[in-house]
Structures are given as C-alpha cells and as structure tokens.
Design a protein around this ligand. Structure first.
Ligand code: SF4
Length: 446
C-alpha cells in the first residue's frame, strides 16, 4: 500500500471508529465556540477526567464570553483553583476582553484574529477553528504527534519546531473534506484512549492494519523525544503564623506580586532557604534551628513579629521548571517587639554563616535575591507595631502594604477558614491551609 492509500486508510477508519466510540463530554454537547475554547485551554496539561467538574463549574459561573470578561479576576482564579498553570486563566480572561472589545463578543472565525487572542497558540487556534467552525485546520499537540509518529513511522524529534511544522502539514492533509470537526477530535481521542504513551492498545486500534510503527515493532520507541530538563529543586521555608489577640483563630497570608510565577495569588509567607540546587539534584534540607531563625528574620523583614515553634510538616510542589521542597513551620504572632532585634540578629547570623560557604547569590522565581529579606528591609519597630495591631481581614483596600526589595508591593491578610472560599490559592497552599484549619498535617506532595 502506498502513502496515499495509507493516509486514506487512516482518515476513513479513524473517523468511523470515532463516530461509534466518541466520549460524551460536556463541551461536546453543544456546538458553542466559547465552550470549545474554554475546554481546550483547560485541557492543556490536564486530563479530561480532572477537567470535567472544573469546566461545568466555570461555565456555570461564566456562561458567556461577556460574563467572563466582566468578572473580577479573583473570581476567575477561584474557579480555576486546583487546575494549576494559572496564567491560562488570566490569559483566558484577557482574551475574553479582547473578544468583547475587538469582535463584539463573537469569537472570530479568522485564523489571524484567533491566533492574536491572548494565550492562544497554534494548537488552540487549530482546535477552535476546526471544532467550533469546522474549518480544515490542523490541531497538533503531543498526543497527535505521538499517533502520527507511530502510524507513519516518523523518526524526527518531536521537540523540534521543524517536526511540528511537518506534523501540521501531514495532519492538515489527513482531514477529510467537510469533516474537520470530527476528524480532529477523533485524532485527539485516539491518542487519549488507544495510542497511549506507555502501553498503546494496538490490537483494538482502528488503524492497526496500516500502522507502520506497529508493523516495525516500534510502537513503544516512538515518538522520538529529547528529554526536557528536569525541574530545579528549591528548598523553601514556610510560615503558618497563628494570630494572637484580635487575630486569634486566624493565620497570616500574603498576596504574590503583580507579575511572575503565580501572580496575584495568595500564599503562606515563605522564603528561599538555600541557593537552588542544580537541575535534577535534591535541594539540601536546612536544620530546624537555623531554618527557624531564618524564617523569623524573614517575617520580621516583611513587618511581622512571629516566633517559629517547630516543624509542622513537609510538602512538595512541582512546577514545570522548579520543584519547591517546603519545610513548613508553625509560628506564633508576638505581641511584644522587644525580642525582634534579637530574632533578626539570629537570622542574619544564620544567613551569613550559610552565605560564607556559597559563592553564588540565590535567585527565586521572581528574580528576588535570597538575601533581600535581611539586607534591604527598612522597616522600623513602629511599622512592625502597627502591623501587629492592624486587623485587615474585612477591608482589603485598607490592608497594610509593605515594600520589600525590588519594588514588589505585597499585601497581607489575617484569614480564618471562612475566607478560604473567597480567595485564590495555589494548590499547595490550599492543601496546607485546609490541613491546618482541619487540625491535621500530613506530608503533602503535589
Ligand atoms: S496500531 Fe498501535 S501504535 Fe499504531 S496507531 Fe494504533 S495504537 Fe498507535
């Protein structure tokens, strides 16, 4: 069989199989371009089973482009909480505003206009145009490249841009006339259900007869993919600061800066303990004593008097390029500032002792040097005192803000369990706070 027939075999059999085996997914029940768009953004890096409840809740709360465009960002992030990769949610909302301003609320059908929407790359543009508007555009992601590499026995490295171009041309040629919507979804479905990464189900595959990879016994060695760099480990010290006096029953949280990793999300205060280890190597845990001194000094530099009481738990959170290895300490708010200089001095000494053994300056994901917390703070005892006496939970606009290092304005709040539903946290801090409020700590890995 020649290449033309092999392509025909693929398209015809795949489409027939899909029409019988397609999954009933919420975003497939209506031909709504907005639903297609939201689902495709959610499905990036995330499994279908995980996405379904998030999709239903998101569409329930933001049923139209206009509703999403007009929603407070905090609400959008809250609805995304747990899905990770939060820049996707921010970009989705920014793009919804573009659609309102430039296209009267209608998702455009023009390739350039779709591609110009924030957060929309070649794959998502192809998916929207083909699934929502039945345009013959390829939608090539890792799943599709795996299937095509195997079926056509393509040995090119799928991490290369040139291979993606080749795959897009091929995928475009395979779309049967007038069937882009079904065909592209069929290809994605085959990659998700049958031609899976580690154990492809060749015996039940609708295109197995002409699959060159299977015939050559290469289904497990394709696609060719150079290994991505392993994430770089960072050891971070986290404070669960328990409030006293007017803050009793609450813990301290802070909002991340306007830009960078996890921008504008809420978190427990934390500080980088060690210069990052090399990619693939484990970061060294810090002994509790210097760790607690470092943490107290860091909190003090941010304007809070708190005494670490002991290790509460360990946790780990994996980003695409960094792994946070977290040592979490329970701390208590201090009502007297007399001990602060001592705590700060201990922290400074502990940090200096470490720094003397290092020849590099640590940098965290936001580009802030690890020494910033002790060396650049200009907080006075008065400011610290004011911070301790301010109950800012109910009035966010009046929440104290403080300037630490490199121009970041950080906002802090004292929160109780009832505030958890109103604020957006990265998953790891959501779990830590939920465990704390439930009175249980376990080692938490993300
Ligand atoms: S026969 Fe096997 S390797 Fe080929 S496309 Fe089907 S599942 Fe993938």
């Amino acid at each position: 069989m020649g290449l033309i027939e092999q392509k025909q075999h693929f398209s015809v059999n795949l489409l027939d199989w899909y029409m019988i085996n397609r999954r009933d997914l919420p975003w497939r029940r209506h031909n709504n371009p907005y639903f297609t768009w939201v689902s495709e953004i959610m499905l990036q890096q995330t499994r279908v089973d995980t996405v379904i409840p998030y999709f239903n809740r998101f569409i329930g709360n933001f049923p139209t482009v206009q509703a999403l465009a007009e929603a407070p960002e905090e609400d959008v992030l809250k609805n995304w909480e747990g899905l990770g990769y939060y820049s996707r949610a921010r970009n989705l909302q920014a793009a919804a505003r573009q659609v309102m301003e430039l296209h009267g609320g209608e998702i455009p059908q023009d390739k350039q206009a779709v591609f110009a929407l924030k957060g929309v790359g070649p794959y998502t543009a192809g998916a929207i145009l083909s699934i929502a508007f039945n345009q013959p555009q390829p939608a090539v992601d890792g799943n599709v490249m795996r299937v095509l590499s195997r079926y056509f026995l393509i040995d090119e490295d799928i991490m290369k841009g040139s291979t993606r171009v080749l795959m897009e041309e091929l995928a475009g040629e395979l779309i049967p006339e007038g069937r882009a919507r079904d065909f592209n979804q069929a290809l994605m479905e085959l990659g998700a259900l049958v031609c899976t990464p580690k154990a492809p189900h060749c015996l039940t595959c609708p295109v197995m007869e002409q699959c060159s990879g299977r015939i050559a016994g290469r289904e497990l060695t394709l696609p060719v993919k150079t290994k991505a760099k392993p994430p770089r480990p960072e050891q971070r010290l986290v404070a669960i600061v328990e409030g006293r006096g007017v803050h009793r029953g609450r813990v301290l949280v802070r909002q991340r800066p306007e830009s960078g990793l996890l921008a504008r999300m809420w978190e427990l205060p934390h500080v980088l303990a060690e210069p990052p280890a090399k990619a693939g190597k484990k970061a060294a845990p810090l002994a509790d004593e210097p760790a607690m001194a470092l943490l107290a000094g860091s909190l003090w530099a941010e304007g809070f008097a708190a005494r670490p009481e002991g290790l509460a738990t360990h946790a780990e959170h994996v980003f695409s390029h960094i792994v946070w290895q977290l040592q979490v300490y329970k701390c208590t708010e201090q009502s007297q500032s007399s001990e602060l200089p001592l705590i700060a001095a201990e922290a400074r000494a502990a940090y200096d002792a470490q720094a003397a053994t290092k020849d590099t300056v640590a940098t965290d994901p936001d580009g802030q040097s690890a020494s910033t917390f002790t060396s650049t703070s200009s907080i006075t005892s008065d400011q610290v005192e004011r911070r301790m006496l301010t109950d800012d939970v109910e009035v966010l606009d009046n929440a104290p803000q403080i300037h630490i290092g490199k121009g970041d304005q950080l906002t802090y709040r004292w929160i109780g369990p009832e505030d958890m539903d109103k604020m957006a946290f990265p998953n790891i801090f959501l779990k830590l706070l939920s465990s704390y409020f439930a009175g249980v700590y376990d080692d938490i890995n993300e």
